[in-house]
Design a binder for this molecule. Sequence first.
Ligand code: GDP
Length: 509
Amino acid sequence: MSNRRTFAIISHPDAGKTTLTEKLLLQGGAIHLAGEVKARGAARRARSDWMKIEQQRGISVTSSVMTFQKDGIVFNLLDTPGHEDFSEDTYRTLTAVDSAIMVIDAAKGIEPQTRKLFEVCRMRSVPIITFVNKVDREGRSVFETLDEVADALALDVVPMSWPIGMGGVFQGVLDFASNTIARPEGDSREFLGRRDAPGEGAPVPDDIAEEIELAQAGYPEFDLTAYRHGDMTPVYFGSALKNFGVAELIDAIARFAPPPRPQSSEQGTIDPERADVTGFIFKVQANMDPQHRDRIAFMRMVSGTFKRGMKLTPSGLGKPIAVHSPILFFAQDREIADTAEAGDIIGIPNHGTLRVGDTLSERNDVRFTGLPNFAPEILRRVALKDPTKTKQLRKALDDLSEEGVIQVFYPEIGSQWIVGVVGQLQLDVLISRLEAEYKVEAVLEPSPFDTARWLKGTDAALRDFADFNKSNLAKDRDGDPVFMARSSWDVGYQQERNPELTFSATKER
Ligand code: GDP
């Protein structure tokens, strides 16, 4: 059984993802190591390799994948950029993990970005552990939070712990599994390791004792199978800032979160136990310096044991490439720091040959399916400053959409192409790369459309639909039909009127 746990943290900005990440890495020893200079042999080579790459190429890769190790388990934590960096990369990262931690703010509950990211997890049946953060501050009632998660996300919830008061009256967190209360100590009121049995220390107030009794009778028992199917979420309460619930979370990932899962491919399901190396690219990071064409492709290992210098064949290319200077993400000194196995991520420097969605394999006999495109949330019309550059623009848009920077839609009527993104930053990247790499000056104008849906149905049904809706139809880069909607209301309306068509918010490649 694999000792890898590859996961991401999903949350709305400010819920505490960064703070929790730091605490997870601290407890796993990774931060200590990141600051350490005396590494030996292979580990030092691996680390200095990527530092050199970061310096030379101006690419920040170290925070994309964070690895720590505890009690024989190797945790790979993949960063899902939030805030202004929110982009399709954020979504795609979730295709490369086996499970996720959902962090919510005890006072705010489920917020929009959490919900969006959750939907992506649900689509791929990624199991979720919930962490209700900031219980050291005033929050909503615990029942209210649990109900909201259950209702908003249609999940069975199982409280695994319970805060003894919040805010000013916060007295610790009762962990149901060990039946101990983690206590705040000192001026900072942090958790420093003191755990009491329920009879010890400050007595649990009557109203909270009553809540706990109600909760233990009213919620189902934790069921590993239901969790792994993505039907049930265990809920932990804590405070990343004050260190409550962090150890319990690590423990929960180690014990419950699935090890590397099989992945579907055109050739059937590929098992992590398969001996030869297979993997897929879920993210490509370009150099911020436009003079350099260097990229780092992030590959999620699906099977096999990767060794430095190994030859792998990208599905898009057909001829093998030797991976001499991969970036291996290891936080700790390990003898086997020159290898990576199923569940691990490796960074492969390249000059644009590797694309998001590519499969890499030792024997060139696998092509993974299911790395999806996501319906864009921001659509813009592209207008050229110099109209003679149409050809260059088309090439650029095709290239950049293939790379996963943007999506492009070619309307059936009219000549103005539309680009779609899920985050604002992608638009800035688009404009600067058009100029720097393709010498195309363009401006982005408002589009009449608000969102897009991929259409599926019989040819006849599609033709009928097109007769009435030509001005709302476009083709994507692959020539597949897309409904350009003026609002999400429009999508619902058309779906209702055209039950023989499906309007999909994602497209599996
Ligand atoms: P992110 O945007 O999700 O990465 O959130 P951060 O980790 O940057 O946290 C946002 C703010 O909330 C910061 O000011 C943190 O110090 C604060 N914060 C995070 N966790 C806690 C917590 O458990 N309790 C309290 N009181 N504040 C917290």
